[in-house]
Write a protein of this length. Structure first.
Length: 146
């Protein structure tokens, strides 16, 4: 049975260009999850989540930070990248609904929350692609034959 995510054979010139681009794409995709590490452990972020109705925010917010960190590192390193991408999917599915732009009357805040919501949806799409296509050739997964 064939799958959607089949290997693609590239010529040497195409591979020479594609391999570093795939690695760069993984790094750029995961960067946001790694750059926001400390925010998940701050009292301000926990308080904001609690104000948005997140139950047990003092536990759930740091836990979501750990999930995002592990998922982001997995994607950057290309180690068990499909599992890491599913962690990012879980993270984004949980945090995206907090950006309730449809319930905000202030035009500036409405626009900002809508952009954050759509950004998360876009990243969710990217993470779903990684769950199916994996890390690419320059990865720890590729070295170990995963």
């Amino acid at each position: 049975m064939s799958t959607i995510a089949q290997s693609v054979t590239l010529s040497r010139p195409a591979a020479a260009t594609a391999f570093p681009i795939v690695l760069l794409g993984r790094v750029l995709f995961a960067l946001i999850f790694l750059m926001t590490i400390f925010g998940h452990f701050s009292s301000q972020t926990i308080a904001y989540a609690a104000s948005q109705g997140v139950p047990l925010a003092s536990l759930v917010v740091p836990l979501s930070g750990i999930i995002a960190i592990l998922g982001g590192l997995s994607i950057v390193l290309g180690y068990r990248v499909k599992v890491g991408a599913w962690m990012i999917v879980l993270f984004l599915a949980a945090v995206t609904p907090m950006h309730k732009f449809w319930a905000i009357s202030d035009p500036m805040m409405h626009q900002m929350q809508m952009v954050m919501f759509l950004k998360n949806l876009s990243m969710l799409g990217g993470a779903l692609l990684i769950t199916q296509f994996g890390a690419g050739p320059w990865s720890l997964d590729n070295r170990s034959g995963r």
